[in-house]
Design a protein around this ligand. Structure first.
Ligand code: CAA
Length: 287
């Protein structure tokens, strides 16, 4: 498949990442089928795209009328068959759990066209292992966006052990057509490149606070004003979703060892459903 053969993109999952990826694809002119398991999830994702597009239009970051036109290219769906049967590329952005993703791929495999490429937005999980539940290991790769996708420039394009070079080429070209800067990740290791660095940083920030060595505000001030990151560690955790960072750490802990043990402070946030901006409360309050 070449870039020119791609017209329709299916995005599985309408959460923080899914709706953002759907928005990016629609802004680049693609027809987008955005699917989630419940009507309310898909509707919520659709409304967030609408909010974001209107914001971009208000600020002249897109042309007049472009918000409505772009939204018109997004079809919200619950039926998985309808979502993937005419898709040239399926980008999966469901929760960061190996079992959930494997179940989704088994279901999607039954409905997708043989030539469709599968790209997972996993933040950390093995691309090779996920590809092995499908019949298209060579046309399966990672396509990892960053939160919020509409604002973040980078996309990691990750090769699994079975991924064909041609698949990486076309997904890289697609990322560029989305207006992004892809970086190719040759080794399918837990957390790839960005999260191998970023998530331990957020975890270490949690340990500092958990052990009483610093406050959230002190840590965030230093990460923001001294290290020059655009957000403090805890602000970033709330932006990414504390459940996402926790699941990434759990997997890295399992695969890479004790240095990646999730801090109890983070576990507590997840248990209390204080997941960050998306639930209105995380390390900070958003209501
Ligand atoms: N769409 C449209 N507008 C949006 C938006 C969206 N999705 N999200 C925020 N905005 C709006 C805000 O509402 C705000 O609007 P008003 O000015 O009208 O209030 C405005 O954008 C804020 O924009 P600014 O340019 O003033 O804000 P900023 O310069 O602080 O940029 C940011 C915001 C791009 C998120 C920046 O803070 C940033 O880069 N943060 C770091 C994010 C990051 O590192 N993400 C990666 C996390 S790791 C990850 O995602 C991977 C993983 O697998 C875990």
């Amino acid at each position: 498949m070449e870039l020119d053969d791609i017209n329709t993109v299916a995005v599985l999952g309408a959460g923080n990442m899914g709706h953002g990826i759907a928005e990016v694809a629609a802004l680049a002119g693609y027809e987008v089928n955005m699917r989630d398991i419940k009507e309310e999830f898909v509707q919520n994702g659709y409304e967030q795209i609408e909010w974001s597009l209107n914001k971009l239009e208000e600020k002249d970051q897109i042309g007049e009328g472009e918000a409505a036109e772009t939204l018109g290219r997004v079809t919200p769906l619950v039926d998985v068959g309808e979502a993937v049967s005419d898709a040239d590329v399926v980008i999966e952005a469901v929760p960061e759990k190996m079992d959930i993703k494997k179940d989704v791929y088994q279901e999607v495999e039954e409905h997708a066209a043989d030539e469709a490429i599968f790209a997972t937005n996993t933040s950390s999980l093995s691309i090779t292992e996920l590809s092995e539940v499908t019949d298209r290991k060579e046309t399966f790769c990672g396509m990892h966006f960053f939160n919020p996708p509409v604002r973040m420039q980078l996309v990691e394009v990750i090769s699994g052990a079975h991924t064909a070079e041609a698949t990486l080429d076309v997904i890289e070209a697609l990322a560029e057509d989305f207006g992004k800067t892809p970086v190719r990740v040759h080794k399918d290791s837990p957390g790839f490149i960005v999260n191998r660095i970023l998530v331990p940083l957020m975890n270490e920030a949690c340990w500092l606070v958990h052990e009483g060595d610093a406050t959230i505000e002190e840590v965030d001030s230093t990460t923001k004003y001294d290290m020059g990151l655009p957000m403090g560690s805890f602000e970033l955790g709330d932006q990414v979703g504390n459940d996402v960072s926790y699941h990434v750490l759990e997997y890295m802990h399992e695969e890479l060892g004790d240095a990646y043990e999730p801090c109890p402070l983070l576990a507590e946030k997840v248990e209390n459903d204080e997941l960050g901006k998306k639930t209105g409360k995380g390390f900070y309050d958003y209501e």
